[in-house]
Design a protein. Structure first.
Length: 279
């Protein structure tokens, strides 16, 4: 597009030329016009997080080229990321087991204190119990640290899937478009927040997560603590369901695959422990 305006002095006009692009943030076409434009993709992330997201995008594109479909590639990406994160997951699991062991050690004393005392006296005796057993009051943050070290990958994956143009109008199973909610069926009436369609994938995601929670076993926790931990995990599942319900199907498919991998890994671990116990 060119705009011509009279010159400030003299007969020659002044001309400005503009190139206007209206389309997806697709890195290669933009970079061919100007290398600076190629940096628009995932530009909202910090540089190191953007580098991670771009690496995951290349991994997804590689799986798509190999498997021939972006939906199958998302499942393969979820499995690949879980496998690559196994060392971090092992650290997180060890930290969680330490927290579980500390909870099991504290619980009898805490139950006795809670049954016999209230208010300031309860708090004083609880702190005394912590000092007696050599436990820091913030010991539960260990398990949170194990979760936080995996957060950057979580953010990078979901930003990458949100901006991947290859998912636009890509069908998968009953899903007509991986860049939008799966919309299995229209609802009789629109529901606030949930919209006008029934999305099946968030229900599948939550079902797999609940199965993982119900099958959870800890060798160091008492039955009461196991029930409490299951309630907490079930509450998190409900929150994730609400969070993911209106997300694009590609994102929900990724998280469903991640939960399924976790369930399979958990069952394999239980089977191995059972074999070692019986031998």
């Amino acid at each position: 597009m060119a705009l011509v305006a009279p010159a400030a002095s003299g007969p020659a006009p002044t001309e400005w030329r503009y190139t206007i692009y209206a389309g997806p943030v697709d890195r290669q076409p933009l970079a061919r016009v100007d290398p600076e434009l190629g940096r628009l993709l995932l530009s909202g992330l910090w540089w190191w997080l953007r580098a991670l997201a771009l690496g995951l995008l290349q991994l997804l594109r590689g799986w798509t080229a190999l498997l021939g479909h972006p939906g199958v590639a998302i499942v393969a990406l979820a499995v690949s990321v879980k496998v690559l994160l196994l060392p971090l997951a092992a650290v997180a699991e060890r930290l969680q087991e330490q927290v579980n062991a500390t909870q099991a050690l504290l619980q009898p004393g805490l139950d006795a204190i809670n049954a016999a005392h209230r208010g300031e006296e309860r708090a004083r005796r609880t702190l005394a119990l912590y000092r007696e057993l050599g436990v820091h009051p913030l010991y539960t943050l260990k398990s949170l640290a194990g979760f936080l070290i995996q957060i950057p990958v979580f953010i990078a994956v979901f930003d990458m899937l949100a901006e991947d143009i290859d998912l636009y109008r890509a069908p998968f199973l009953w899903i007509p478009d991986l860049s939008r909610p799966d919309a299995l069926a229209a609802l009789p009436a629109c529901v606030p927040f949930f919209g006008c369609a029934l999305n099946l994938l968030p229900f599948l995601m939550s079902g797999v997560s609940l199965a993982t929670t119900l099958r959870f076993r800890s060798p160091v926790l008492t039955p009461a603590l196991v029930r409490r931990q299951r309630r907490n995990l079930a509450s998190m599942t409900g929150l994730f369901f609400l969070l993911f319900y209106t997300f694009p199907a590609g994102m929900v498919l990724y998280w469903t695959s991640t939960n399924a991998f976790q369930l399979v890994s958990q069952e394999i671990g239980r089977w191995r422990r059972g074999r070692r116990a019986s031998s």
